[in-house]
Design a protein around this ligand. Structure first.
Ligand code: SAH
Ligand code: SF4
Ligand code: F3S
Length: 445
């Protein structure tokens, strides 16, 4: 085993990429590789890229260059560029970066073992064909089992059919395709066997799960089946398109106790006129009504969102409507971005007319307001007792532990007997902008 080759993956982008990276690691293991601690000790380096905004894309390309410099000292190391930038740029990447051995598209991951033997024998390959029927993890008997952390991701679908005008995802991830429920449930059970207590079901728009499957099943039904799996204590999912959030799903938050009280519901803009240009197909009133229903279905439900500022033609008035929305919904947290035109999207043909300085200014104003609201929301948790899934040690002493509440907040507390994967009840004593601090309220386990 000493002379086994080692693989290292560097991941950019969203949780789908985190999932795909784990999948590539397991596939490389099935081809005889061990996991490397760092890039320097690896024989195979995979950079899993994101192209949703321009910055991560630049990051990815410079990362590859940096890896290449490191790798030159290491005779025979192979470099793989995977993920959404790979899918987007395909052949041109192999031409422009002579040190890349393999360009691996997002729907070609399942073919990694075969492609590895080709690059090992000196070939340079591009595989960005959309013909990967299977999107799941390799089975346990093909890899070394027993390594999942307390929290696991399971992909339930791939691709996206929504074509929001600013978004590159449908072009780099292909059309939406749901995974068969049996496969999903098997994979959840596999992660439970490996130690997972929480599962996050992943898709670009999980609310449309089930379309095109032989079996008549929707996302709420799938949640019900995952809920029955022994050993799963907590279920999360991401992402939801507001237009497809059904009353049935809202009701699931009331009916399924393991379903965590947190919903990520990207709104993108607070102005109906901007939403229209973005092709989001809902109005702010419709959106707010759904948020309201969610909060009625489950007390203390946390709602988070994504926002884009400076989209094509965004006026001061329209931006102000986004600011008004922050105060109307009072999100528990929000990710916000400056609009960045993506090649091939519908909005790439619109005029990107909001100057960068204005985008920057709007982003700063928005983030400042949201930080205040997030802090206020966190302060509202004082005195509550929340269930926390322990992730591991925290900073500040041997008894310090860190975990996440049901509502997805980071919680620190002291209890040396708490192990990763334990669910503990913590009373919240202190609240900060990024985390809560509390005390265990009853004996653990
Ligand atoms: N499928 C998810 C998220 C996709 S990408 C959804 O529908 O919500 C994650 C976030 O990146 C988006 O919600 C959006 O806020 C942001 N984003 C996507 N394209 C962008 C672009 N061209 N410029 C800036 N932000 C963008
Ligand atoms: Fe992009 Fe819209 Fe699909 Fe989300 S729903 S991935 S924002 S096209
Ligand atoms: Fe990025 Fe691809 Fe995800 S573009 S956000 S890694 S689907």
């Amino acid at each position: 085993v000493n002379d086994s080759k080692k693989v290292f993956v560097k991941t950019f982008g969203c949780q789908m990429n985190v999932y795909d990276s784990e999948r590539m690691l397991r596939l490389a293991e099935s081809a005889g590789y061990l996991r490397a601690e760092d890039a320097e000790s690896a024989d195979l380096i995979i950079v899993n890229t994101c192209s949703v905004r321009d910055k991560p894309e630049h990051k990815a390309v410079s990362e590859i260059g940096w890896m290449h410099k490191r790798a030159r000292a290491h005779e025979g190391v192979k470099l793989v560029l995977a993920g959404c930038v790979a899918q987007q740029l395909a052949d041109s990447l192999l031409k422009s970066h002579p040190f890349i051995d393999l360009v691996l598209g997002t729907a070609a991951i399942g073919r990694l073992p075969g492609l590895l033997s080709r690059i090992e024998s000196g070939e340079r390959v591009v595989d960005c064909a959309d013909s990967d029927a299977d999107i799941g993890m390799p089975l346990a008997d093909e890899t070394t089992p027993g390594r999942s952390g307390p929290s696991a991701f399971v992909s339930i679908m791939r691709g996206c059919n929504n074509y929001c005008s600013y978004c590159i995802v449908p072009y780099v991830r292909g059309p939406e395709k749901s995974r068969a429920p049996g496969e999903i449930l098997d994979e959840v059970r596999q992660f439970v066997d490996e130690g997972a207590r929480e599962v996050t079901l992943l898709g670009q728009n999980v609310n449309s799960y089930g379309r095109g499957l032989e079996e008549a099943i929707d996302f709420t039904e799938l949640l019900g089946r995952v809920h029955e799996i022994q050993g799963i204590e907590r279920i999360r999912f991401t992402t939801s398109h507001p237009k497809d959030l059904s009353d049935r799903l809202v009701q699931a938050f009331a009916d399924l106790p393991k379903l965590a009280g947190h919903m990520h519901l990207p709104v993108q803009s607070g102005a109906d006129t901007v939403l229209k240009r973005m092709a989001r197909i809902y109005t702010i009133d419709q959106y707010c009504e759904k948020a309201e229903k969610l909060r009625m279905a489950k007390p203390h439900m946390a709602i988070s969102t994504d926002l884009i500022v400076g989209f094509c033609g965004e006026t001061d008035r329209e931006f102000q409507e986004t600011m008004d929305l922050l105060d109307r919904i009072r999100y528990d947290s929000a990710f916000s971005f400056k609009y960045s035109p993506r090649p091939g999207t519908a909005a790439a043909k619109f005029d990107d007319d909001v100057p960068d300085a204005v985008k920057k200014e709007r982003l700063a104003i928005l983030q400042k307001r949201q930080e205040q609201i997030t802090l206020e929301r966190n302060l509202e948790q004082l005195g509550r007792t929340v269930s926390v899934l322990v992730e591991g040690p925290g900073r500040g002493g041997p008894d310090r532990r860190k975990g996440r509440s049901e509502c997805h907040r980071i919680v620190h507390f002291n209890d040396g007997s708490a192990n990763p994967g334990d669910l503990v009840a913590i009373r919240i004593d202190e609240a900060f902008q990024n985390a809560l601090v509390g005390t265990p309220v009853k004996p653990l386990k």
